[in-house]
Design a protein around this ligand. Structure first.
Ligand code: RIB
Ligand code: CA
Length: 310
């Protein structure tokens, strides 16, 4: 059983990743940190609550993460891609009140689960950077930290060069790359190919029996429609954030390299991530070496997604 603490910004692909993790028989979600990114923190908290309530998992704590980049600049949201409420075409109820925990709860959860715990960061890296910058943090106790982020020598998605989670707070990404240990980056190189088709969602909507079955189609259809413009010719959409949990449980289906990760924080190439992929790379300073996932078995990804979501 893998215990995971999720940091996310649901967001359509985050929502699918959370559903996948909550439905997976070998994953135990110990908490969900709601940040900002795809949509505002107010929306990510409400969306997280909806996903937990549908599965009767109200006991999983919702924790407030960062609500803006480290610099304090206003976040840029993506309601055009993720829908008016962040869940595609779904219009969620607004509960009168939602119980949330302060960020200090993550240190308690790390103390409690230690080496059994994986951190899965699906959003801007602001919360994770704040955690690393805390002088008394206990992040060295966790097993590993998985990050959906970066675009290594491939086109970005928010700019020609940058991936959204890094671009949204590049200073935070730089802090994490410098201070993090046992980090694995799953970048666009892989996640852009983690495409779930409309037919798969139709199949699940008609043949699965989970508390999430009724919401699959409303969430996905808006998002995949937007992706027709973002990636012309695509049938469906990439579920970037699901790759973290697929990788966690099936690492033999993913191909990795170990390199230092570099981030450009400003200028026209803000948010660019790069690494020295030469066979004999040069290392700079004493910065740590991280794992970067560069390829995967995309047909396995789809089959496994169908299995878990069924
Ligand atoms: O670039 C893709 C990432 O940005 C995903 O995590 C998506 O949810 C957004 O946060
Ligand atoms: Ca996300």
């Amino acid at each position: 059983m893998k215990k995971v603490l999720i940091i996310g910004d649901p967001g359509v692909d985050d929502a699918f990743a959370i559903m996948y993790a909550l439905r997976h028989p070998e994953i135990e979600v110990v908490g969900i940190v709601s940040g900002y990114g795809n949509v505002s923190q107010q929306d990510t908290v409400r969306n997280t609550k909806l996903l937990l309530d549908l599965a009767d998992l109200e006991e999983i704590p919702i924790i407030l993460g960062a609500d803006r980049p480290l610099t304090g600049e206003e976040p840029q949201y993506f309601y055009d891609v993720h829908g008016n409420y962040g869940l595609g075409g779904l219009i969620p109820d607004s509960p009168a009140s939602i119980k949330v925990y302060p960020l200090t709860k993550v240190y308690e959860l790390i103390d409690e689960h230690g080496k059994d715990l994986t951190l899965a960061n699906l959003s801007r890296l602001s919360t994770l950077a704040l955690m690393y910058l805390h002088p008394e943090n206990n992040l060295d106790q966790v097993d590993q930290v998985l990050i959906m982020g970066g675009a290594f020598h491939v086109p970005g998605n928010v700019t020609p060069l940058a991936e959204a989670n890094v671009y949204g707070d590049p200073q935070a990404a730089k802090v994490v790359a410098k201070h993090g240990r046992n980090l694995t980056f799953i970048p666009l190189n892989v996640s852009n190919r983690a495409i779930i088709t409309n037919e798969v969602i139709d199949y699940l909507a008609q043949n699965s029996s989970s508390p999430y079955t009724p919401i699959l189609e409303p969430i996905m259809s808006y998002y995949s429609k937007q992706y027709e413009t973002i990636m012309p010719g695509i049938n469906g959409a990439p579920l970037h954030d699901v790759t973290l949990f697929s990788y966690l449980l099936n690492p033999d289906r993913y191909f990795t390299v170990n390199r230092q990760v570099h981030v450009t924080v400003d200028g026209p190439s803000r948010g660019l991530t790069h690494a020295d992929f030469r066979p004999n790379p040069k290392t700079l300073d004493k910065d740590p070496i991280h794992t970067i996932v560069v390829d995967f078995d995309s047909s396995f990804f789809v089959k496994d997604f169908i299995k878990i979501m069924s």
